[in-house]
Design a protein around this ligand. Structure first.
Ligand code: ADP
Ligand code: TYD
Length: 201
């Protein structure tokens, strides 16, 4: 039996990593086979691409070039990590996936959604079974994210207006894919959010 494919999405600093880790811990406590992975990254080749796209000046890559880089990373991640795990019946929890490309590359710097969708269909062709979209105030999320000082802040460096456009993009996406997307209010404590999400485990 194929494993479940579950993704976490939302703007930078919204709590995806925190909640995906907590969801993994919940499955662990239940003895459910699972892996926790992330994008961009999650396989050796994709982690190398991660370094290219997340560091440097905001204008280092155009949105079009980013579509290619993120999709290349995703293809490697799918081939090497996600697809084998799902085939083995393992639940895959992934911190960001194709919805991030739809929003970050498809709807922030001109309307490139058609190109994102075409490349996705050609090279990825897989959607999650369940997606948690964590929604919250970009100002609070941005402050949280930058406070980490990860050095991977290329997208945070686009600023608050960019994060507001992203938030709107994720809300639109949640409406467009109601069968798999669950909208989560991120303006609460991590415990409150985790207990809401746990109901889907
Ligand atoms: P993301 O993966 O979406 O960027 P993180 O889970 O890394 O977000 O969280 C960003 C920062 O905010 C971290 O320092 C984390 O500890 C903190 N954080 C996460 N969830 C909450 C919450 N519900 N309330 C307050 N702080 C939080
Ligand atoms: P992530 O490490 O999840 O950042 P954060 O913890 O700040 O949310 O993701 C790295 C950045 O890459 C994030 O700013 C979103 C961006 N990104 C895209 O622009 N397109 C994509 O397809 C993906 C997967 C991520």
């Amino acid at each position: 039996m194929a494993g479940r494919f579950i993704t976490f999405e939302g703007i930078d600093g919204s709590g995806k990593s925190t909640q995906s880790r907590r969801f993994a811990a919940l499955l662990e406590s239940r003895g459910e086979a699972h892996i926790l992975t992330r994008e961009p990254g999650g396989s050796a080749g994709a982690e190398e691409i991660r370094n290219l796209v997340l560091t440097g000046a905001p204008d280092r890559w155009s949105a079009e070039t980013e579509i290619l880089l993120f999709t290349a990373a995703r293809r490697d991640h799918l081939e090497k990590t996600i697809a084998p795990a799902l085939a083995a019946g393992t639940t895959v929890i992934c911190d960001r996936f194709a919805d991030s490309t739809r929003v970050y590359q498809g709807a922030t710097r001109g309307d490139l959604r058609g190109k994102v969708d075409a490349l996705h269909e050609l090279m990825i062709g897989r959607e999650p079974d369940l997606t948690f979209i964590i929604d919250m105030d970009p100002q609070i999320a941005l402050a949280r994210g930058l406070a980490r000082g990860s050095g991977e802040d290329r997208f945070e460096d686009f600023g608050l207006g960019f994060q507001e456009t992203l938030r709107h993009g994720f809300l639109t996406l949640a409406k467009a894919y109601p069968a798999r997307c669950v909208l989560i209010d991120g303006n609460r404590t991590a415990d409150q959010i985790a207990s809401e999400i746990a109901a889907y485990a």
